[in-house]
Design a protein around this ligand. Structure first.
Ligand SMILES: [Zn+2]
Length: 123
């Protein structure tokens, strides 16, 4: 793909074309999930275990952390490789949608700055 012109220097027509491309076929992925996938290595409960000394800790363990109201955190331990794989895809799907929304926002911001209507008649 060719390098894109900075938004502030692109013509309004180009901005509208980019916007139309972003909106075309826009669907929410059914697996979308707003959370963080965390990988952790931990010590166990046995004080004589290698993990308490120089040895490696146990893991990795995968957690799906999801923030909600008042800064609270919901943490889910993922137990199977299938769960981990699904969680990875879900988190990636969310990031893709967010990136697309952000691109749309940038274009709308620039159109607004130019005094252009955000919902244009077909050109
Ligand atoms: Zn241990």
């Amino acid at each position: 793909m060719s390098r894109m012109t900075p938004l502030t220097r692109a013509s309004t027509l180009v901005l509208r074309q980019r916007k139309a491309r972003l909106l075309r076929g826009f669907e929410l992925p059914p697996e979308i999930l707003h959370a963080s996938l965390i990988e952790r290595f931990m010590k166990c409960g046995k004080s004589n275990c290698r993990c308490h000394g120089a040895g490696p800790k146990h893991g990795p363990f995968f957690y799906l952390n999801r923030g909600f109201a008042q800064g609270q955190m919901q943490s889910l331990l993922l137990k199977s490789p299938e769960q981990i794989s699904q969680a990875r895809q879900s988190v990636a799907a969310y990031a893709r949608v967010l990136a697309r929304l952000d691109q749309l926002s940038q274009i709308n911001h620039e159109l607004l700055r130019r005094g252009e209507p955000l919902v244009a008649a077909v050109t």
